[in-house]
Design a protein. Structure first.
Length: 510
């Protein structure tokens, strides 16, 4: 008895964080009792793929091999998760049945989940998968039709969208797929977004916010509840420059792993404010098998705001240390470690004590000195040392509310100054890998750039124990940002003095 067998091969992508690897889907059919097996480290959702694919093929009017059918995903050692391999599995099975030509599957990436009725459903991670595949030299992809506009954000790639298996067959036989969906609506800036024109008073704290925006410095607001810490923090994105094309792709790639569909590239930095009761996994990323991105990665190139920061569990705060230094987080899991970008701008806010009322004029604080010390101590030295600017906000005197003779400046006009200061930084740092003052390593600041006037101020602060080595570098960075905002070529003694005050958290009275 001669054995009759067939084989076909399709390609898809495994995502480890935002890093992509090509997965080959091999389908083999041979004589024997009908049986379908899947090998190559599938997870539960993927193990069910054979049932979904079989139902989809049958309900689309085609036959499923009535023999032994083996589906192998390689490399076998790589854990595979999710339902996006369905489309490639189905295509390879249809090729063994000669419904589509085997050669049509060469060099094309397929992503999509199939429904029992043969419909092709959207999946997470289309954008990072295609960005990664493109880097690996792949130039053709087939994706769910509803995600065609997301897939087309990847340049130099020919992408086809399919709504169901019949369209998949048509496309792989050389016909047309679904037309591109109409272009997504242009991004409209949210008129309700927080704006500095709604912030009354708080001149010094507004200034700290502007300096933070200009140099991309991390910021810490300290003061009683109700003084406007949260409102000010939420205004920070409104004065930051637009995202560049590359930054927007990075951000969209991360979001596409969480939101199922990315209709357009983001143009503005995001604002993420996780609550202190959020789990560690939702804050820094995690989950079973291949870890998913957390709030710190969703805030990549945007603002991460931790209100009532001392209330966050210390493992959560400590977990911020590495991404604050490196701009990324590596999440180790039992099976594999994944990496996500996490270059966020951190804004912390804290009350002076657990009840929040210490330091208000008519202090009704009932906290014990012990409780206040313990509360303050929850923000550890290493975290505070990585914060560039500290601003203490005291309550606005009631008599002044409503009597401010000047209309508060709007976010738009502050944003223009921030952009000019960023341009000066970009010009100064054009031969370096850095774009903003906050990123520049201390060594470069001290050796390659002219030192500001008034360095003895820093020596004095260091000798008196009020300034760490990292703190000294931070003051230099802030001084450069202040000089950039002032439009001068080199920080002066005054700039350094102001920078030292901002670093050490002088009082900002409304
Ligand atoms: Zn209190």
């Amino acid at each position: 008895m001669t054995s009759v067998w067939g084989m076909a091969r399709a390609s898809s992508v495994a995502l480890l964080g935002v890093d992509a690897m090509i997965v080959e889907i091999e389908v083999w059919t041979g004589s024997g009792l009908p049986r379908t097996t899947m090998v190559g480290l599938p997870d539960a959702a993927l193990a069910q793929a054979k049932e979904r694919c079989r139902a989809a093929v049958l309900s689309s009017g085609f036959s499923w091999p009535s023999q032994v059918l083996t589906i192998n995903l390689t490399p076998a050692s790589l854990p595979k998760t999710g339902s996006h391999y369905d489309l490639g599995i189905t295509a390879a099975v249809l090729a063994t049945e000669s419904i589509i030509p085997v050669g049509a599957l060469d060099e094309v990436i397929m992503l999509g989940e199939v429904g029992l009725d043969g419909a092709v459903h959207p999946v997470r991670g289309v954008l990072p998968a295609l960005l990664g595949a493109r880097q690996l030299g792949i130039t053709k992809a087939i994706v769910p039709a509803s995600q065609l506009s997301e897939a087309e954000l990847v340049s130099d790639m020919s992408v086809r969208g399919v709504r169901n298996l019949l369209e998949l067959i048509v496309v792989l036989r050389g016909g047309q797929g679904s037309d591109a969906l109409p272009n997504p609506a242009p991004v409209v800036l949210d008129p309700q977004a927080p704006d500095l024109k709604d912030v009354i008073g708080l001149a010094s704290a507004r200034w700290a916010l502007e300096v933070a925006a200009a140099g991309r410095h991390h910021l810490y607001f300290h003061g009683p509840p109700g003084v406007g810490k949260t409102l000010l923090a939420s205004c920070l994105p409104s004065i930051l420059p637009d995202l560049s094309q590359d930054e927007a792709l990075e951000v969209a790639a991360i979001h596409s792993l969480v939101d199922i569909s990315i209709p357009a590239l983001p143009t503005r930095p995001s604002f993420s404010a996780p609550h202190h009761s959020a789990s560690l996994a939702s804050l820094i990323g995690g989950g079973a098998r291949i870890a998913r991105p957390g709030a710190i990665s969703l805030a990549h190139r945007g603002v991460l705001f931790l209100d009532e920061a001392p209330e966050f569990p210390s493992p959560a705060l400590e977990a911020l240390r590495t991404p604050l230094e490196s701009g990324e987080i590596v999440l180790g899991r039992s099976e594999i470690a994944v990496r996500y970008p996490a270059r966020f701008q951190l804004v912390l806010a804290a009350n002076p004590c657990p009840c929040g009322l210490a330091s208000t004029p008519s202090s009704k604080c009932t906290c014990t000195p012990m409780a206040i010390r313990r509360y303050a101590g929850r923000l550890s030295g290493p975290i505070l040392d990585r914060i560039d600017l500290k601003a203490q906000i005291l309550p606005l005197r009631r008599s002044l509310v409503g009597f401010d003779p000047l209309e508060p400046e709007s976010s738009q006009s502050v944003a223009e100054r921030v952009q000019l200061a960023r341009n000066r930084q970009a010009a100064r740092l054009q031969d370096t890998p850095w774009l903003t003052n906050a990123e520049v390593p201390g060594r470069y600041l001290r050796k390659e750039l002219p030192l500001p006037g008034g360095m003895e101020l820093l020596e004095r602060a260091q000798t008196s124990g009020g300034l760490s080595a990292r703190g000294l570098d931070k003051v230099l960075k802030i001084a450069w940002t202040i000089a950039d905002l002032a439009g001068v070529g080199r920080p002066q003694r005054d700039h350094l003095a102001v920078a030292l005050g901002l670093r050490q958290g002088e009082e900002c009275i409304g």
